[in-house]
Design a protein around this ligand. Structure first.
Ligand SMILES: NC(=O)c1ccc[n+]([C@@H]2O[C@H](COP(=O)([O-])OP(=O)(O)OC[C@H]3O[C@@H](n4cnc5c(N)ncnc54)[C@H](O)[C@@H]3O)[C@@H](O)[C@H]2O)c1
Length: 384
């Protein structure tokens, strides 16, 4: 194979953007599009001059495509991924990997049966130079043993007009959550990619705090890691001015990521040694502060798409393997479960308990169509 022929499923805002972006990439061509909305389908066919399908199963049939990019609402990601594997197609799936962990586990299990197929996720922020540099610093031991994470992403401001634009967004039945499922999956993925998975969560999600919506638009979560490290994660679509800042602290120093810069304050003696050995009573260890230049790369969608193509053609390692998606999803689900059940949640938790909670929320959802039990018929029924 010299070129990867891509089918794009879901030609909304993201799907259209991906179709256009293929022109900037090498060894990829758009082969077909699919959307249940006839207007979107017609528009895409005219724009890109490729065949269009209403039923995603038709794009999977035959030899038209080698791979699919799934850019539909989240509930559909896992069942479409599974069907694509069964049809022998590589899968690049939009974030989040799904809405609840049982779905993501199913997709991961199915991929195990088709190890020759590439399965990747659109977590483009992993490709950003600043995040790659922070990962390199943590993984190489520069900050020592992790002790604390302060993760603030309250800069996802959205107005009521955004939510009133309607459709599947910001409903339990259509989207399966609010800021944790829509805006924050990138942040949550980065948090666990950089700092590792917390093993305990206690969260407070405010449902419709400042918007007339049924899902969470403001979240405060306390996190604990197995080694005793602790953290706080804050996200919101109703804070202005919002903040985008992270502090990752270890025994050897502190990384502050803010305003596109990484600032590293390095302890001359690791904190945990100094605290025992110092004869002084108050002074912390001497520390030096420097600015660390980020690695190259902006972290754009094309980085992930090109990496996916290179993985298929050259076996290049994936930046964001599909299997990783369950981690950020588990954290998001754990925050909602903790808040709505008013309790601590240990990770891994019983995915069936979360599904039962979600089912209950969906029963009361304002969204007119319940799509959580996704069947092919659901997927092809009118969605908007
Ligand atoms: N990686 C990123 O930075 C990023 C940014 C925005 C959105 N996204 C993700 O992309 C996905 C789509 O978001 P969007 O903003 O493009 O939404 P959108 O509503 O603009 O587009 C979704 C499209 O999917 C179509 N669709 C729905 N059900 C379908 C089905 N069963 N078969 C075929 N088509 C179907 C709809 O008709 C619509 O055209 C979401 O999962 C979202 O989280 C990712």
């Amino acid at each position: 194979m010299e070129k990867v022929r891509m089918g794009v499923i879901g030609i909304g805002g993201m799907g259209e953007h991906h179709c256009r972006s293929f022109n900037d990439l090498s060894r990829i061509e758009l082969a077909a599009v699919c959307d249940i909305d006839p207007a979107r389908r017609k528009y895409a066919q005219e724009q890109f001059g490729v065949p269009g399908f209403e039923d995603y199963r038709d794009i999977l049939e035959g030899d038209l495509c080698d791979a699919v990019l799934i850019a539909t609402p989240h509930y559909f990601h896992p069942p479409m991924t599974i069907d694509a594997f069964r049809a022998g197609k590589h899968v690049l799936c939009e974030k989040p990997v799904g809405v609840y962990t049982l779905q993501a586990e199913e997709a991961n299990r199915e991929h195990e049966k088709y190890p020759h197929l590439v399965y990747a996720l659109m977590f483009q922020m992993r490709a950003a130079g600043i995040n790659r540099k922070v990962k390199e610093l943590i993984d190489s031991g520069e900050i020592g043993r992790l002790t604390r994470v302060l993760w603030i992403n309250t800069d996802w401001y959205r107005t009521q007009a955004y939510y009133d634009s309607g459709g599947w967004r910001a409903t339990w039945a259509g989207e399966g959550g609010g800021v944790l499922l829509n805006q924050s999956p990138h942040s949550i993925d980065l948090l666990q990619w950089l700092a590792g998975m917390p093993h305990k969560v206690r969260a407070f999600c405010q449902l419709g705090k400042s918007h007339d919506i049924e899902v969470e638009d403001d979240v405060t979560a306390y996190l604990e890691w197995e080694n005793g490290a602790t953290g706080v994660f804050l996200t919101s679509t109703c804070e202005a001015p919002g903040t985008g800042q992270q502090e990752i602290i270890g025994t050897r120093g502190k990384l502050v990521i803010a305003g596109g810069k990484i600032t590293f304050s390095r302890n001359r003696t690791p904190m945990d040694e100094f605290i025992i050995e110092s004869t002084g009573r108050f002074d912390p260890p001497e520390s030096w502060t420097i600015e660390i230049p980020p690695s190259r790369g902006n972290g754009i969608h094309q980085d992930i798409t090109q990496n996916f193509v290179n993985a298929i053609l050259d076996k290049e390692p994936l930046i964001a393997p599909g299997e990783d998606g369950i981690h950020s999803l588990a954290l998001a689900n754990a925050m909602i479960l903790s808040s709505l059940k008013d309790k601590w949640v240990e990770i891994p938790f019983d995915g069936r308990e979360y599904k039962a909670l979600l089912d209950d929320l969906c029963e009361r959802s304002t969204y007119r169509k319940i799509v959580r039990e996704v069947t092919p018929e659901d997927m092809n029924a009118s969605f908007h």
